[in-house]
Design a protein around this ligand. Structure first.
Ligand code: ZN
Length: 201
């Protein structure tokens, strides 16, 4: 016997429950909130989701997520091409942008080295980063990686890989807690961390 088809409401709740920070209980609350506010919440949200699904994708240059490729940051002529800031995740890029303390360009690794999870240099696109860092315009690479084991392992690896590029290599320092992930930091701490970067290689 097949299971009865899932109702639209059940499906909505099940999908919402997969979002970070939402369990089944809060997913039910969110679904009910939307369904009761069809015109002001549900329909605009459905349109925004459809638009995002159709238009948004990764930037081929830096790995940011945007509705244009290259992304708005890569395409912005006012950003300093001499500074390349390496982050683990798009969430970290967004956090640095919110802090407003950095006016260079970014490179999103999409993860950190983790041999047990099968994440090696290929998975984090190390070659792509080295190629970008070797470009004449780049003077400094800032490794803005979290003070986690994976983040620091990755930083050490990238220092070695980037050394032949002849760029200055720095790491963020100040105020980033041990075990800390960048996107949990407040704007002021993050701005100070980038401003107080230290040479690594
Ligand atoms: Zn980009």
């Amino acid at each position: 016997m097949c299971a009865p088809p899932m109702s639209e409401i059940d499906r909505l709740i099940q999908l919402l429950a997969r979002l970070p920070g939402l369990g089944p209980r809060s997913a039910r609350r969110a679904a009910l909130h939307m369904l009761k506010r069809r015109e002001t919440v549900l329909q605009p949200l459905a349109r925004a989701l459809a638009d995002a699904a159709a238009a948004v994708g990764p930037c081929a240059i830096c790995g940011n997520i945007d509705s244009r490729d290259p992304c708005a940051i890569c395409a912005d002529p006012n950003r300093d091409p001499a500074l390349l800031c390496v982050v683990e995740d798009v969430a970290d890029l967004w956090a640095l942008e919110r802090s407003g303390g950095f006016r260079g360009r970014y490179h999103v690794l999409g993860g950190v080295l983790s041999p047990v999870d099968g994440i090696g240099p290929n998975e984090i696109g190390a070659d792509r980063l080295v190629a970008r860092a070797a470009a004449a315009a780049v003077a400094e690479v800032i490794l803005a990686l979290g003070f986690t084991v994976g983040g620091q392992t990755t930083a050490h690896y990238l220092v070695e890989r980037l050394a032949p590029c002849g760029v200055r290599i720095s790491g963020i320092a100040h105020g980033v807690p041990l075990g800390g992930e960048l996107h949990y930091l407040d704007d002021a701490t993050l701005t100070t961390a980038v401003a107080a970067r230290r040479p690594l290689g």
